[in-house]
Design a binder for this molecule. Sequence first.
Ligand SMILES: Cc1cc2nc3c(=O)[nH]c(=O)nc-3n(C[C@H](O)[C@H](O)[C@H](O)COP(=O)(O)OP(=O)(O)OC[C@H]3O[C@@H](n4cnc5c(N)ncnc54)[C@H](O)[C@@H]3O)c2cc1C
Length: 230
Amino acid sequence: MPLVGKKQALELGASIADDEVMDLMFDGRDFVAKGLVGDYHGRVCIMATGAARKKHPLPGMEALEGHGVSYCAVCDSFFYKGKNVAVLGSGEYALHETQELLQVVSSVTLLTNGVEPTAPFPDKVRIDKRHLQGLVGEGAFQGVHYEDGTEENFDGLFVALGSANATDLALKAGAAFDQGKLVLDENLQTSLPGLYAAGDCTGGILQVSIAVGEGARAALAAIKYLRENK
Ligand SMILES: Cc1cc2nc3c(=O)[nH]c(=O)nc-3n(C[C@H](O)[C@H](O)[C@H](O)COP(=O)(O)OP(=O)(O)OC[C@H]3O[C@@H](n4cnc5c(N)ncnc54)[C@H](O)[C@@H]3O)c2cc1C
């Protein structure tokens, strides 16, 4: 946020948290955004996490989404009860998804695709830093191809690259999607009352002017929602 805007927001009573959000929960009335540093509670939530550039990082991934490839541990971990899964990622968000999975699955292997892990993964997680070439499986995910020519089988793959984006957070909170796209009404509200999205994360034209306009529209709609739902 530019310094003048930040100063004005603080003077008007806003509080600003410098944190990475890992999870978003909705109990039918209130939202809780769970961050690395703290939890943030509110009646409304506007997601403005920017463009999701991490989607489909490997060939064949899109076709296997929902068929062994998942972007949400809290939503899908139960399908892998007692099974061996892999997490694609290396940072705090991957650690969060891994911890969610470890409560249900038999084993988690972290696939970092050539980078060093940047979060404290538990010892029981096997870390494989080899470069990946692609996925194994047609119609259903079966495993991964490494660049060294070998293959390894897994029951499921959870993608947790970078930070959680609006799609990840909306999935976790339980918002509706249509053909993989977050459903938004004319006020940029998702199917969950009080949950909005604005800016590049809505998947429209990636321009500052559009992001600012959508931010204003979502904020005005959120204020109206709060006034009507005290
Ligand atoms: C190289 C480049 C050049 C560009 N040039 C132009 C240009 O000339 N003109 C133009 O109009 N547009 C340009 N754009 C596009 C413009 O930058 C975007 O449209 C605009 O920044 C979108 O704003 P936003 O707030 O939606 O997302 P962003 O500006 O991407 O902000 C999203 C913020 O959310 C944070 N975030 C994400 N996930 C989390 C999480 N889980 N927890 C906490 N924080 C999180 C990110 O760290 C980031 O600070 C350019 C973009 C790029 C990449």
